[in-house]
Ligand binder design. Structure first.
Ligand SMILES: *[C@@H]1O[C@H](CO)[C@@H](O)[C@H](O)[C@H]1NC(C)=O
Length: 254
């Protein structure tokens, strides 16, 4: 029963992955090809289905898959270090921070560096985003134009700062900055991210403020990760509240 539920949920999760552009390929492939497939994967938008509905159904299925797999007994693979020994799982009683309910790290070891790269990137963007949600309420750069326009708040900002035409509006500056950072990454890792490893995942090579010791470095990496994870949740919470309660300023409550 559990296994059948698990299989159904995983099939549905697969469908979800296809519609949202996140495609996990064969477990036993080799790394660069899988990376390339991941990067090249496009959401199929011409199926005629409402992909929003599919995504919602898929999200439920992913949750179900997680629960089903949780019930499954963990196999002997656990002899290896959790997630290839990446930081972020230490602590807790009996290593309870080893949170991977769908078993992605076990099933797709070749993709673990990719997962970490993505997690760190999302975390860093979320940390900046959290600042961006709060700082403009108390301080605006003394530059004429949108910086002084108080009608631009967390909800209105996107639509007011982009367009009307392609390439018009201040949002495109952000695109240039993000593009520059991504270009550095392509240069470091190759266009298919083929040189991405557990060691260099998320590592842009910035060492100006890095601690000297290995212990300090590990602590720094763990703090960054945990702050990033917290920020991802916080940004999601703030934006949801801003829209749901129609309060566009910190602390996003009536
Ligand atoms: C990736 O690694 C290979 C083998 O070590 C190396 O030849 C190649 O130059 C690397 N690519 C980049 C973009 O650094």
């Amino acid at each position: 029963m559990t296994e059948r539920l698990g299989a159904m949920a995983i099939a549905a999760a697969g469908a979800y992955a296809m519609t949202s552009g996140f495609v996990v390929s064969q477990p036993a492939g080799h790394q660069p090809t899988e990376m390339a497939r991941l990067r090249g994967a496009q959401p199929s938008s011409s199926t005629g289905f409402s992909s929003t509905m599919l995504n919602l159904a898929g999200a439920g299925a992913v949750a179900a898959a997680g629960m089903a797999v949780c019930q499954r007994k963990r196999t002997a693979l656990r002899a290896e270090k959790f997630a290839g020994g990446l930081v972020g799982s230490a602590g807790g009683f009996g290593n309870q921070y080893e949170f991977d309910p769908c078993g992605f790290a076990e099933s797709y070891p070749a993709l673990v560096p990719w997962f970490r790269e993505a997690e760190l990137k999302h975390g860093r963007v979320a940390m900046l985003a959290f600042l961006g949600l709060i700082v403009p309420d108390v301080y605006r750069l003394p530059i004429d134009g949108p910086c002084q326009d108080t009608s631009i708040d967390v909800i209105a900002a996107h639509n007011k700062l982009i367009g009307p035409g392609l390439g018009e509006g201040q949002m495109w500056n952000m695109m240039v900055v993000v593009g520059a950072i991504e270009s550095v990454r392509f240069k470091q890792l190759g266009l298919d991210f083929g040189n991405l490893t557990l060691e260099n995942a998320g590592d842009l090579g910035l060492r100006a403020l890095a601690p000297k010791s290995d212990k300090g470095m590990e602590l720094m990496k763990t703090s960054e990760l945990k702050n990033g994870r917290l920020a991802m949740l916080a940004v999601g919470g703030c934006l949801t509240q801003a829209v749901a309660l129609d309060v566009h300023h910190f602390p996003f409550t009536k």
